[in-house]
Write a protein that binds this ligand. Structure first.
Ligand SMILES: [Zn+2]
Length: 220
């Protein structure tokens, strides 16, 4: 998961417009970096998702802070069943830190989802993400899962190329610096599946040492 910076109120020029209005959708699309707030894939056909289900409270249909960007796959899985979740637009919650994600090693494997906060909200969110990434209970979801894994592995290969460049003895200082910058860019919310790359980096002592060394050089 990734955090987004949402203005607390709907921008002035959009006030009075309904949630499906193209300008409102466009604003949400920008705020969420064009990614599904649950699975983090870049969405070709975005849906405006109601964080608190609109079926339970009609007042929330057009409430600005209740509008999220989701993909149809995750939206259907979440439906009205999954509630009391981590809010990625809440500035007091670091959702990237709250849920650890690891890509699977094989096609039959699963995305590993770990609740790092151990509270009700993080626990509920981890369960929902577990389904979003791994549920294969229908033919359509099987195909979705295969395509998503291809996508994650493709980015993982890019990550590893940068990673190897950053730690290789053959690399020049500038190549190491550029490779680390590319990795930090991948761990940034605007990149697809950023939480996966953030957690890869947290596990990597060599990369973290290099990051610290380069930061010290700048300060020194
Ligand atoms: Zn999704």
């Amino acid at each position: 998961m990734f955090n987004v910076k949402r203005p607390q109120e709907l921008p002035e020029q959009l006030k009075g417009k309904k949630y499906g209005h193209p300008e409102v959708v466009n604003e949400i699309n920008k705020i969420f970096y064009r990614k599904c707030y649950l699975c983090e894939q870049l969405i070709a056909s975005p849906e405006v998702e109601h964080f608190e289900p609109q079926a339970k409270n009609k007042n929330l249909i057009h409430t600005w802070t209740n509008l999220f960007l989701g993909c149809s796959h995750c939206n259907k899985i979440k439906s009205t069943k999954h509630t009391n979740l981590l809010d990625c637009s809440d500035t007091n919650t670091d959702v990237q830190q709250a849920i650890r994600l690891e890509p699977p090693n094989t096609l039959k494997g699963k995305v590993k989802v770990v609740d790092m906060l151990n509270c009700d909200k993080s626990n509920n969110t981890a369960k929902l993400l577990e389904d979003c990434y791994n549920l294969k209970d229908t033919g359509v979801r099987q195909i979705h899962n295969e395509n998503m894994l291809d996508d994650i592995w493709d980015k993982f290969a890019i990550y590893m190329e940068h990673r190897n460049k950053a730690v290789s003895q053959r690399s020049t200082p500038n190549e190491r610096k550029d490779a680390l910058a590319a990795i930090l860019e991948m761990a940034d919310p605007n990149y697809e599946y950023s939480a996966f790359w953030y957690w890869q980096l947290q596990d990597d002592r060599k990369l973290l040492d290099l990051k610290k060394r380069l930061e010290d050089e700048v300060v020194g």
